[in-house]
Design a protein around this ligand. Structure first.
Ligand SMILES: *Cc1c(COP(=O)(O)O)cnc(C)c1O
Length: 377
């Protein structure tokens, strides 16, 4: 018998309450029953996004909402600034390029965070930039970018700030309206404690005005159509009904915990994880670490992919390796969503076994003790 555990930055474990909500018989979506479900779920999402704006619920993976953000914010020929410092920042650039936009890349070395002052300089030198595309928590490197400072800068310019918050939403504070973020994009399989399949997008007044003017081709992801329909508690196309039922349940659990407690829990679990791995002599990859995921450098002579594989095949634990050029060099342990101290301790204990199996010198318990000491406080 082997028990499987997800300690990856998506998909994340789903609580039993949410699994049960999704197991209910499928209802038809053009009914008052669905409208009531959708209305309550949309209200709860506004709470999570800390916004008075509509939060669109889309049947797509996170990338679908990212593509939707691009086609609804931009027009052919637009110049856009893309903060690249990992796979997901690069994805913004790829989507923008696919639609023929002129991408001005701001390259950030992997593992480092953007200096918002650099964005200010670029925006000053190029006042025609229509939008800045940013990643709040760069899951591929484990870096948390300073979105509040970035928003304060972009808000003073005509450019829109479009943010991939897929592993920051429900992990760290992101008061969209208060900070003046124009587009926030989320997905179900991260801190929202759901299976993959739903994506979310919220737009500021400025962003909705841009969506009215936007001239890139769009159909399935036309946010104007979606907003008009969702205002009536309907979805433009067939919604992922069972996932919406699960979303309502998941948001209920999150509301019962409360935002400050959710943010504190993630911070504490990530701190314990960092303490555990550093006590084993390993080095963190991110200079400004995200509480969603801890990226760790693979020790000299040990392939990061072997750590991921051994944890999975021998210990039943899925973590994540490095993506792209970081493959083999780092591994990533997530602490987001339905995660508690025992997930951290399980992960660290299994990592100790794994490292020992791969020939790295560990004293069993060193990482665990360091993690426990953080969790005991
Ligand atoms: C998971 C993730 C995505 C979304 O990827 P999908 O596979 O399309 O759901 C995008 N950005 C970040 C930062 C992520 O962590």
């Amino acid at each position: 018998m082997k028990k499987f555990r997800l300690l990856a930055p998506g998909p994340t474990p789903v609580p039993p309450e949410v699994l049960l909500a999704m197991a209910e018989p499928v209802i038809h979506h053009r009914t008052p029953e669905f409208e009531a479900l959708f209305a309550e779920t949309r209200r709860r999402l506004q709470w999570l996004f800390q916004t008075d704006q509509d939060v669109l619920i889309l049947a797509a993976s996170g990338t679908g909402a990212m593509e939707g953000a691009v086609v609804n914010a931009c027009s052919p020929g637009d110049r856009v600034l893309v903060i690249r410092g990992g796979k997901f920042g690069e994805r913004w650039a790829e989507i923008c390029q696919a639609y023929g936009l002129t991408v001005i890349p701001l390259e950030i070395p992997y593992g480092q965070a953007v200096d918002p002052a650099d964005v200010a300089v670029l925006l000053r030198h190029d006042p025609r930039i229509a939008a800045v595309f940013a990643t709040h928590s760069e899951t591929s490197t484990g870096v948390l970018h300073d979105l509040e400072a970035l928003a304060a800068i972009v808000k003073q310019t005509p450019a829109l700030l479009v943010v991939d918050a897929i592993t920051s939403l429900g992990v760290v504070d992101l008061p969209m309206d208060a900070w003046g973020v124009d587009v926030v994009v989320g997905a179900s399989q991260k801190a929202l404690m759901l299976p993959p399949g739903l994506a979310f997008a919220a737009l500021s007044e400025r962003a909705w005005a841009a969506a009215e003017r936007a001239r890139l081709p769009r159909y399935y992801l036309n946010f104007l159509t979606e907003r008009r329909t969702q205002a009536k508690n309907q979805a433009a196309w067939t919604p992922a009904i069972s996932l919406v039922a699960g979303l309502k349940a998941a948001l209920g659990l999150l509301q019962a915990e409360g935002l400050p407690a959710i943010f504190a829990r993630h911070e504490r679990l990530a701190r314990a994880t960092r303490a555990g791995v550093t006590a084993l002599g390993l080095t963190l990859f991110a200079e400004q670490p995200s509480p969603a995921v801890t990226a760790v450098k693979a020790p000299d002579g040990i392939d990061g992919e072997a750590i991921v594989r051994t944890l999975r095949d021998r210990h039943g634990i899925s973590i994540a390796g490095g993506q792209g050029s970081m493959a083999g060099k780092i591994f990533r342990i997530a602490t987001l969503g339905y995660a508690d101290p025992y997930d951290v301790l399980t992960g660290i204990a299994a990592l100790e076994f794994t490292l020992a199996e791969l020939g790295y010198p560990v004293r069993l318990g060193d990482g665990l003790r360091a993690a426990q000491e953080v969790l005991q406080k």
